[in-house]
Design a protein around this ligand. Structure first.
Ligand code: CP
Ligand code: NVA
Length: 307
């Protein structure tokens, strides 16, 4: 049966660690110039309803390196933008392609696409989740810290799609996650409740210093996500005090890692000094999007390539 990659909560720790192992192997092969055409002749449809640099390029280059082909489909230049139903698009694309990656607004839209498409669907970001990014992030931590499942992670800022996905990751892998947001900007309540129901160690606070104290991994993201541009000024006021700066970093573990999925608004949620400082692994995260994307696609699609 086909499997989709819509949310980390739908995967087990063992399955995700298998993806990390494959990622490590594919990264080594890429660095050594060893070909790895696991998806020769296959095509990935990439639907974008929001902007992207990293996601588009890593999937497109990744598919090329796997011996396949990626189609960039901006919804505005297809019939989707004119209202063709998702369930129709899903069946049409499944007749031409081998998998679909979609970046859109509603998680329900991605779920509907997956329900109607007979081919695997990958969530390339919704308002609710960004699972591929968290996979690249955790893989990056694992490259720096072999005990990545035993570390204390903290999230500073908006309770957005990234925060929700970190909550799912904490539930799957069992690590402690502290989430500091302003009042009214907490993560999704249903995501939290599901994580807590399976015993996840999640601590919510409105105090960034409490979250950062002694933490091993500090994470943040923009204060206004894609689709929230009109709230930028309001959010700038609400998030005063939630900047990941050297002072906050000074409270964390001495060897703490700093992460940001990018794009960043330097001087807002994070300072230039922290991005460029010795704790940041931000550009390693970005590079690892390529390797993790390939591992995710190969995991979902290679059975078909072999059959
Ligand atoms: N981090 C991330 O998904 O970046 P893009 O929006 O550039 O794809
Ligand atoms: N939270 C951000 C992540 C961008 C990769 C957004 O949704 O815009």
């Amino acid at each position: 049966m086909k499997k989709d990659f819509l949310a980390l909560s739908e995967w087990s720790a063992t399955e995700l660690e298998n993806i990390f192992s494959l990622c490590r192997d594919l990264k080594n092969k890429t660095k050594a110039g060893v070909p790895h055409p696991l998806l020769q002749g296959q095509t990935l449809a990439m639907i974008f309803e929001k902007s992207s640099t990293r996601t588009r390029i890593s999937f497109e280059v990744g598919m090329f390196q796997l011996g396949g082909h990626a189609l960039f489909l901006h919804s505005g230049t297809t019939q989707m933008g004119r209202g063709e139903p998702i369930k129709d698009t899903a069946r049409v694309l499944a007749g031409y392609c081998d998998a679909i990656m979609i970046r859109t607004y509603a998680q329900a839209a991605v779920e509907e696409l997956a329900q109607w498409a007979k081919i695997p669907v990958i969530n390339g970001l919704t308002d609710m989740y960004h699972p591929c990014q968290i996979m690249a992030d955790l893989f990056t931590v694992s490259e720096h810290r072999s005990n990545y499942r035993d570390l204390v992670y903290c999230w500073i800022g908006d309770g957005n799609n990234m925060a929700n996905s970190w909550i799912n990751a904490a539930a799957v892998f069992g690590f402690e996650l502290r989430v500091a947001t302003p009042k009214g900007y907490e993560p999704n309540a249903a995501v939290l409740a599901r994580a807590e129901a399976v015993g996840a160690k999640i601590f919510l606070t409105h105090d960034p210093q409490e979250a950062a104290r002694g933490a091993h991994v500090l994470n943040t993201d923009v204060w206004a996500s894609m689709g929230q541009e009109a709230e930028q000024q309001l959010r700038e006021k609400a998030f005063v005090g939630y900047q990941l700066n050297e002072q906050l970093l000074g409270l964390a573990a001495a060897d703490a890692l700093v992460m940001h999925c990018l794009p960043a608004h330097r001087g807002e949620e994070i300072t230039d000094a922290v991005i460029e400082g010795p704790h940041a692994v931000i550009f390693a995260q970005a590079e690892n999007r390529l390797h993790i994307q390939k591992a995710i696609m190969a995991t979902l699609m290679r059975d078909k390539a072999c059959s």
